[in-house]
Design a protein around this ligand. Structure first.
Ligand SMILES: C[S@@+](CC[C@H](N)C(=O)[O-])C[C@H]1O[C@@H](n2cnc3c(N)ncnc32)[C@H](O)[C@@H]1O
Length: 450
């Protein structure tokens, strides 16, 4: 082993973690995951800047703050084997589940409160024979071309005319009707997920962020989206991804369990039953960070006609700020206590938003501890953010809370984030033109249950 490698390893890992990395990682991985020239990269690569995240079913649909699959794969390679039961307590669009499936792990469980994300993860973890999908596409196309649609029977939901032009509503209603004529539910869902992406493209929304804003430029008559053209384009993209996914995983036996539920509450998972937890919690409450509910709203209303999605952002971590400042977690995390005090002196309501997020997060960490087997690892990928000019050290706060719960904090690594559709600046002072950087790095926190 050369001296440079030795130095890098010391920088990256405590002795114990390093042993696991050395033992478990083989570098004959598929080149979508690693283009390794030497062992040095295996240990030091956490940014995965030069890798394509949209491989296999990962590329079916966008979702805010998705894991880079290469990162999930590396961690799953290190901490699991074919007999492992894996859990993601904020499973989002399903990256951990897909990677567990591709690696043929025994079982992979996801907990997620956003019903649209649960739907997405379900589609993305089901390999379907591409020949059948191509046949179904031809059927949908034939239905669409010969559709004789009752214009009094269009899809509708609250404010639909604010977000879509009249002609687009007609075309989307016809297309949805054609898709739902496909009898096999998994195939139907594959196409409904494509429809969701079409919905985003042809709506009057701006595509620059995850919040819903109307793009006034799209009100002009020159914005004439062609629904079926977009659908065909996205089908052509996803079918190629499905071909690769199908070949890679069709014989895999991983049991996938998606729980549509709240990670703050104990779910139906046995104590000491999980071999590895890999997750990425939200960075903060939905109102001021990523609005998962707003991101999902139009798609979910179209494809499932479910308007409960309206309240989702208030139901996610930190969504309700009816907390008080003598909560016990302020005794458990000195960092949170100090940082919150500063924010409270500037804006006590904002301080309540921050506190409620960490109180909720603490509940989820306790549940994770309950599910995990002794001596096993819980890895969290998370970001720090700035609120009212205070750089909130979520990595340290999680480490302090985890220690109280009974985890050993093995290591905290940093990785640079790239390609995120997150605002990388915010205006904490609310003075126009004054910005500060936020979320330029993520942390990878390695906890072990004592
Ligand atoms: C950073 S995203 C996870 C993304 C995921 N790693 C992926 O690759 O798609 C965080 C997720 O936590 C979910 N979430 C927030 N609060 C939750 C709660 N109380 N219970 C379960 N899921 C929650 C959000 O809906 C969001 O999908």
């Amino acid at each position: 082993m050369n001296a440079a490698l030795n130095k890098t390893m010391l920088n990256y890992s405590s002795a114990e973690m390093l042993d696991i990395v050395k033992e478990k990682i083989k570098y004959n991985e598929n080149s979508s995951y690693y283009q390794t020239n030497d062992m040095l990269e295996w240990y030091s690569e956490w940014d995965f800047k030069q890798y394509n995240p949209n491989i296999y079913s990962h590329g079916f649909h966008q979702y805010p703050a998705k894991f880079i699959p290469q990162l999930a794969r590396k961690l799953l390679r290190v901490f699991t084997d074919n007999n492992s039961v894996v859990l993601d307590i904020f499973s989002g669009s399903g990256t951990t589940l897909i990677e567990s499936f591709l690696l043929n792990r025994k079982k992979s469980i996801g907990i997620e409160l956003n019903p649209f994300a649960v739907f997405m993860a379900d589609v993305k973890t089901k390999p379907i024979n591409p020949i059948e999908l191509r046949q179904s596409f031809s059927e949908i196309k034939n239905f669409y071309n010969s559709a004789n649609y009752d214009l009094n029977n269009l899809d509708t939901f609250y404010n639909i005319n604010f977000w879509f032009k009249e002609e687009t509503i007609i075309e989307l209603s016809i297309l949805k009707k054609c898709i739902t004529q496909i009898e096999q539910i998994d195939i139907q869902n594959f196409f409904l997920l494509i429809l969701s992406d079409v919905i985003r493209k042809v709506s009057l929304t701006k595509h620059s962020g995850f919040k819903l804003h109307r793009d006034k430029l799209k009100l002009s008559p020159s914005f004439k989206p062609n629904v079926f053209f977009e659908f065909e384009k996205l089908f052509n993209k996803n079918i190629l991804l499905m071909e690769e996914f199908y070949i890679e995983s069709k014989n895999n036996k991983t049991e996938i369990l998606l729980i549509h539920g709240d990670s703050r509450k104990k779910q139906n998972i046995d104590e000491n039953s999980i071999d590895f937890i890999l997750t990425s919690p939200p960075y903060g409450d939905s109102k001021t960070t990523v609005a998962y509910g707003q991101f999902s709203r139009l798609s979910w209303q179209w494809i499932k006609n479910d308007s409960n999605i309206y309240s989702l952002d208030n139901d996610l971590l930190g969504g309700k700020n009816n907390v008080n400042f003598n909560n016990e977690i302020l005794e458990f995390s000195a960092t949170l206590k100090d940082q919150l005090e500063i924010i409270k002196n500037i804006d006590s309501l904002r301080a309540k938003d921050v506190l409620s997020f960490y109180i909720d997060l603490y509940e989820t960490l306790k549940n994770a501890y309950f599910y995990l087997k002794h001596d096993k690892y819980f890895v969290l990928v998370t970001g720090n953010r700035t609120v009212k000019n205070v750089f909130l050290r979520t990595d340290t706060i999680i480490s302090e809370l985890a220690h109280i719960i009974g985890f050993k904090v093995e290591k905290v690594l940093f990785r640079n984030i790239i390609n995120k559709r997150m605002p990388d600046k915010n205006c904490p002072t609310n003075i126009k033109g004054q910005y500060s950087n936020t979320m330029l790095q993520e942390n990878i926190i390695f906890l072990r249950k004592n």
